[in-house]
Write a protein that binds this ligand. Structure first.
Ligand code: ATP
Ligand code: MG
Length: 151
């Protein structure tokens, strides 16, 4: 079952990401969706903090993909600019992150090529201009206590 959390500030978005780290297993895939500037990278920065990544997370929009060492290595990708399946395959996303965690901004665009076990993180701005984060589990994510992430 999916859960939703209100995130009035970027610190709240970071905290959701940080708490998600407590539910992460090696090989996990997290697909992050939401409009431009809604807080996708902020969420990944929180996840990185929870995974013990010491380097600051930067937007991978132009680099496309980057792996950060941590308790588990975190591979952060952004597929916004990718148009073709060949370009996506060239990144070898799941190979790059097999022993760690893969977090992909605009990731539902490639959901059909991702493992069946994955989490979708949907960020959006409500009518009240407050951001909310919805966590939607697929496969083995359905068995994890997602409500722990709501704080
Ligand atoms: N919950 C929040 N409430 C208010 N501001 C936020 C929140 N989360 C993030 N922000 C702010 O929104 C801005 C954009 O954040 P961020 O770069 O994480 O978005 P993004 O979705 O990754 O953008 P892009 O689509 O360009 O990749 C930043 O200034 C960030 O501090
Ligand atoms: Mg971003």
């Amino acid at each position: 079952m999916s859960v939703e959390v209100l995130c009035p500030t970027s610190a709240d978005t970071m905290a959701v990401g940080r708490r998600l780290a407590g539910l992460i297993w090696a090989g996990d895939v997290v697909l992050i969706d939401g409009e431009l500037g809604v807080g996708k990278t902020t969420f990944v920065a929180g996840l990185a903090e929870g995974l013990g990544v010491e380097e600051p997370i930067t937007s991978p929009t132009f680099i496309l993909m980057r792996t950060y060492p941590g308790l588990l290595p975190l591979t952060h990708a952004d597929v916004y600019r990718l148009d073709t399946l060949a370009e996506i395959e060239d990144l070898e996303l799941t190979e790059a992150s097999a022993d760690g965690v893969l977090a992909v901004e605009w990731g539902t665009a490639i959901e059909q090529w991702m493992p069946a076990d994955h989490l979708v993180v949907r960020l959006r701005l409500g009518d009240d201009e407050v951001r909310r984060i919805e966590l939607v589990p697929y496969g083995n994510w359905a068995t994890r206590p997602l409500q722990e992430v709501t704080g």
